[in-house]
Design a protein. Sequence first.
Length: 151
Amino acid sequence: MRLCSTLAVRARRLEVVIITDADHLAQIHRAARPAREATSPDAVAVRTQLVGLLHLSGCRFEYGTLLGHAPRLESDGSLTVGRRTWDVDRLGMPDQDIELRVLAGGHFHGRFLLRPTPGHTPPLEARLVAVTLADQVGALQTTWRTPRPTA
C-alpha cells in the first residue's frame, strides 16, 4: 500500500512539473508572436510577461542605461549582487530592483529593472525563461535597426 501512495505522490509532482514547463514554453511563444510583427521595441509586451512570470511588483525598461550597480539576473538564471553570487533559493530575492540586461550582437541596448515581490522567490526555471524573453528582445533590436531588403 505504501508503494502506491509513494507513486501517487511522485505522479502529482511530475504533473506539476509538466504543467509548469508547459506554461514557461507558452510564455516564450507568446513573446515571440508579437515580436515577429513588431515595428519597434515598444510593441513587445515582455514587461507584462516578466511581471506575471516572476511575480514581480513592477518592471520597467530603460534604453541604453547602465547607471548604478543593481543586482543582475545572469544568463544562467543566477543572481549577482556586487561581485558575489546571491543564493536566491536560500535568501529569496533582494529587496531592490534587479537588472536584466538586453544585449544585441554582444552590445548592450537596455535593461529591464525588475521589482521583486517580498516573500516570493521565482524558481530557476522561471528565471531562465525571463532571460530567454530578454534575449528575444535583444535579438529583435538588431532586426529593428537593420534595414529590411526590398523586393
